[in-house]
Design a protein around this ligand. Structure first.
Ligand SMILES: Cc1cc2nc3c(=O)[nH]c(=O)nc-3n(C[C@H](O)[C@H](O)[C@H](O)COP(=O)(O)OP(=O)(O)OC[C@H]3O[C@@H](n4cnc5c(N)ncnc54)[C@H](O)[C@@H]3O)c2cc1C
Length: 308
């Protein structure tokens, strides 16, 4: 899986992986009545979304594969010489709370830290679709998304000689069922599904955190970041990006307050990040509805009205 990185986030990532992760390309291509943003870079006309982003921000839009991102973050941790214990599952948060000045819950959508601080009112909620992801061992030459009735398919460049793909449907529990859903879609979609090994595919029940939390901090010593705080559907490609922005904002807030004013730092973090992250989560869920709707006529009419 790869992570779509907006320009702002690139500032936070010190090493530039341009050799491994070429910029994404998107654009229109009509295909068999399907709504498609897939296109070959060479056939693009006018100014594409990445080009607009680059012009506005002065930097290109980049895709970073997840292992690369994790390696980069771990390298940063090595440089800081921070003591750490890996592979430990935290079942009981109370001892952590008793022994620490600050507990950061970065433990994902099923967060134990969130449960200990806020109870079970907010939790993972299924949105009624399943996502499959994989990497094809060839470059498709066509990148973007194609939206159909109740399903969509996306392709992004990831590394030389490979294509990252994702597919969302209302139900498919086997590779054959997934292939059937896209059997009559445009090239290279059926080819990608037939020429990749299903044992390498990953299947997710799409979920998000619902209802949204009233705050990302608790008791002057707990802060939630990332999916623990605002797990979202992946439609905007922003979950991991938002998690990193949370971490940066929390680090800065703690650095800018005195040790005795940790509650003030947490309030500042919550003020900076909560509304913004929850807006993105809401936008992602709304886009998920639009992309996976069965009422394609209304959807396509709405999309035609959007600028650019
Ligand atoms: C199909 C799909 C595609 C996506 N595409 C993108 C994309 O293109 N761009 C993007 O920005 N985001 C994307 N996302 C979202 C992204 O994967 C998540 O938002 C991101 O991984 C959240 O990071 P996190 O660190 O908060 O949580 P996680 O990645 O879930 O990490 C949580 C960590 O905590 C550990 N943990 C959990 N419970 C405990 C416990 N009790 N004790 C100890 N450790 C624990 C877990 O093992 C894990 O290592 C996508 C998600 C999906 C499902």
């Amino acid at each position: 899986m790869s992570i779509l990185v907006p320009p702002l986030l690139r500032r936070l990532l010190r090493r530039r992986p341009a050799d491994r992760d070429p910029p994404a390309h998107r654009g229109p291509e009509a295909a068999r009545g399907l709504r498609s943003t897939a296109r070959t870079p060479a056939h693009s006309a006018g100014q594409s979304r990445p080009e607009r982003i680059e012009r506005k921000a002065g930097r290109p839009e980049l895709l970073i594969s997840r292992p690369y991102l994790l390696d980069t973050l771990l390298d940063g941790l090595d440089a800081l010489d921070v003591p750490r214990r890996l592979g430990v599952n935290v079942d009981d948060v109370d001892p952590l709370l008793a022994d620490s000045d600050l507990v950061v819950g970065a433990d994902g959508i099923n967060s134990a830290v969130r449960g200990a601080s806020f109870g079970g009112r907010s939790g993972p909620r299924q949105v009624g679709t399943v996502a499959w992801i994989g990497i094809a061992g060839f470059e498709s030459g066509v990148y973007g998304e194609t939206w159909g009735k109740g399903r969509f398919f996306g392709m992004t460049p990831v590394e030389p000689g490979r294509t990252n793909w994702y597919a969302t449907v209302s139900e498919a529990t086997t590779a054959e069922q997934l292939r059937d859903h896209f059997a009559d879609w445009h090239d290279p979609i059926p080819r990608i599904l037939h020429e990749t090994d299903p044992s390498t595919w990953i299947r997710y029940e799409m979920r998000h955190l619902f209802p949204a939390l009233p705050t990302f901090v608790h008791g002057g010593k707990v802060a939630l970041v990332g999916d623990a705080a605002h797990a979202m559907t992946p439609n905007l490609g922003q979950g991991a990006c938002t998690a990193i922005l949370d971490a940066e904002a929390l680090t800065r807030a703690v650095a800018e307050h005195t040790a005795s004013d940790l509650p003030g730092a947490l309030r500042a973090y919550d003020t900076e990040r909560r509304r913004s992250a929850q807006r993105i989560a809401f936008g992602s869920r709304t886009l998920h509805r639009l992309m996976s709707t069965h009422r394609t006529g209304a959807r396509d009419a709405v999309v035609r009205m959007l600028p650019g």
